[in-house]
Design a protein around this ligand. Sequence first.
Ligand code: ADP
Ligand code: MG
Length: 178
Amino acid sequence: MRSQKQPFKKQPFISNKRHIACIGIGSNLGDKLDYCERAISKILKVGHHRLLARSSFFKTEPVGYLSQDWFVNAVIKIETELEPSELLRTLKTIEAQLGRTETIRWGPRTIDLDILFFDDIQIQTEELKVPHPLIQNRKFVLIPLAEIDRQFLHPVLKKTIQELIEKNSMVDQKIEKL
Ligand code: ADP
Ligand code: MG
């Protein structure tokens, strides 16, 4: 039997690849919860972003620079069409829009937006390090991440979020769900 020619199927033009990113959100100045909520809604307005998961909000004790107020922290997982450097630029713009000004490292800020994971890729440039290098030491990141997906495998450390929590290389810190 002669093979029938398949009609040529036109593929829709896919312009942008979709990625999955986890973003850490933190605030410890002013109305912290409101800053976090506003940051999330701003993030979701750009880059064809789609919210895939969102942790609870947590009240967390400061680490690093201790003489400052407690933080509110959360983690979101989004689908994005932006490339990592574009996502970083977007997050910095949102930080600026929400009144973040330069202060001391790890010091008080209205909003801090960090890229924790971006697909399972690794980036090591001056301006962007992915996965974020301090994930495994930060309870205020691991606990919210565990709520989203405790079986997620850290692409560099090759351990799940659950295993990273059990390994306990986290800086001691009080943390409570809001
Ligand atoms: P931190 O989040 O450690 O408290 P900052 O928010 O002040 O510090 O960020 C300092 C710089 O860290 C930013 O200007 C940014 O270029 C860089 N950076 C490196 N990796 C990342 C990342 N994964 N997410 C966000 N910023 C990053
Ligand atoms: Mg930051």
